[in-house]
Design a protein. Structure first.
Length: 384
């Protein structure tokens, strides 16, 4: 199974079995589940938690009990800002003399907003324990998130900041049904592994020996120029590493990087496509959603844009889920023209070779139960 297929099985099972909890639906999220508070309470039984003074816990709903445990133990609690758009961390600062009820509020998403101060790249954070959410995890420590890569990126950024060390333990908290078999070959160098798994019924020590990310692998990470444009702190870190002489070229900036998927079927499915609409101004409401590459406006002027048609998209799929899956396959388009009402999308690439590699990678790809129809759009021209 691919990562995406594993995610869908977990999401579907949680909903069908009645284990899913608010916010619903859990599809596309780090899922909240029945028994999450019980699983989080096991954090206090870990020696690595007892010894930790500074704990980083992700902002997901099922980790609310972990954030509360850190506050009650009077530890410094760091929570990543949502999608890293305003910085890397928020440090939660409860009011003086906070009661248990106030601490409970501080552990919620609203409390993170109301009782926090930002911590930037120069905040000198020294994280002793990392707690992340997962969609699926194996007893060996292989982890699958919701597909956007933020937990992996946050950890890599902490490495670059010197906020974590090689031996900094990582804990994930999930339902028992989220502990599944995951093939190691699905993991990349940028994927974060875990040392402990907490469920409502078990504490699992993975004894994982696979190295964690040693920093940001700019050319391998699931980063596009578009994503970089949305995360100012990541742009700052990239500039610093470039000044230090590191290679910070993104994968979608490599004109000759192949995008291959060795597990994709070879069977070709060709369909007749309409010409993609180039002008978004003529779109009907709800039909088009265009994401432009704000960092590379000059690329379109080169006149070499090639478009890939993606059809048979499931009616309940969101553009965010499609983009997450594209990152997983390392096929970064310059722009996504989303036409969900017509169950299709058009992906723009800088040249025909890159577009053809994307088609090769996506052929036979199943998403939401539908096998997608992927080919070069029939009408190509100078879009510059």
């Amino acid at each position: 199974s691919s990562k995406w297929e594993i995610r869908e099985k977990v999401w579907d099972h949680l909903e069908a079995s009645g284990l899913a909890r608010f916010p619903r639906p859990v599809r596309g999220r780090i899922p909240n589940f029945q028994g999450s508070l019980q699983a989080c309470s096991s954090l206090g039984e870990l020696d690595v938690f007892s010894r930790a003074r500074e704990v980083k816990v992700d902002p997901d709903k099922p980790l609310e009990g972990a954030r509360l445990a850190a506050l009650q133990a009077r530890k410094t609690l760091l929570v990543p800002t949502p999608r890293l758009r305003t910085g890397l961390f928020n440090r939660i600062v409860p009011p003086p003399g906070a009661t248990k009820e106030i601490l409970r509020i501080c552990a919620t998403s609203q409390g993170v907003k109301d009782f926090s101060v930002p911590v930037g790249l120069d905040g000198k954070a020294r994280v002793d324990l990392v707690v992340v959410g997962s969609v699926a995890v194996s007893e060996k420590g292989w982890r699958i998130g919701k597909g956007e890569g933020y937990a992996d990126m946050e950890y890599a950024m902490m490495v670059a900041m010197g906020a974590v060390q090689e031996d900094t333990p990582v804990v994930t908290i999930v339902h028992d049904c989220q502990v599944v078999d995951i093939a190691e070959e699905l993991l990349g160098d940028h994927d974060l592994t875990v040392d402990y798994i907490l469920t409502p019924t078990r504490i699992i020590r993975t004894h994982c020996k696979r190295p964690k990310p040693q920093g940001i692998l700019w050319h391998k990470a699931r980063l596009s120029s578009e994503m970089l444009g949305k995360i100012p702190i990541l742009k700052t870190l990239r500039y610093r590493e470039k000044q230090a002489g590191k290679d910070v070229t993104l994968q979608d900036e490599h004109p000759h990087v192949g995008n291959t998927n060795p597990t994709a079927p070879n069977k070709k499915e060709m369909v007749e496509n309409p010409q993609p609409e180039a002008a978004t101004g003529s779109a009907q409401p709800g039909q088009h959603h265009v994401q432009r590459d704000s960092l590379n406006p000059g690329l379109e002027a080169s006149g070499t844009i090639t478009t890939v048609f993606v059809g048979n998209i499931p009616p309940n799929l969101r553009v965010r889920e499609l983009k997450c899956a594209l990152r997983e396959f390392h096929v970064f388009p310059l722009r996504v023209n989303w036409q969900g009402a017509q169950h299709r999308a058009f992906l723009d690439y800088r040249d025909k070779g890159t577009a053809e590699r994307a088609v090769s990678s996506l052929k036979g790809w199943s998403l939401g139960g539908n096998t997608l129809q992927v080919e070069l759009a029939k009408s190509q021209g100078n879009k510059g």
